[in-house]
Design a protein. Structure first.
Length: 94
């Protein structure tokens, strides 16, 4: 799977592809061809409108911490470190 200057798309399973995006130029295209899109920058709400993929951007990682992606067949489940850890006074999580 080729990469270009804006990112890469790679298979996770027979039915699931993940796209790594470094620039908003290719976000819409990658949202259309991958089931999971990981953006290395904060995606503005207007830019993510219409994205049917599971989108993880810099803001999501800032809010939720590390993300784990579980792929079972066509089912995708994302779990964050903050969900597992829970709210603690020292985490700043609600």
């Amino acid at each position: 799977y080729p990469c270009d200057e804006w990112g890469c798309v790679a298979p996770l399973s027979a039915d699931t592809k993940v796209a790594f995006v470094t620039d908003k130029t290719s976000l819409a295209e990658d949202c259309g061809r991958a089931q999971i899109v990981i953006a290395f920058y904060p995606v503005h709400r207007n830019d993510s409108a219409g994205c049917d993929a599971q989108l993880i951007d810099r803001r999501a990682v800032w809010r939720g911490g590390a993300h784990t992606i579980f792929v079972t067949g066509e089912r995708i489940r994302v779990q964050t470190a903050n969900e597992i850890r829970g709210a603690r006074p020292w985490t700043g999580a609600p």
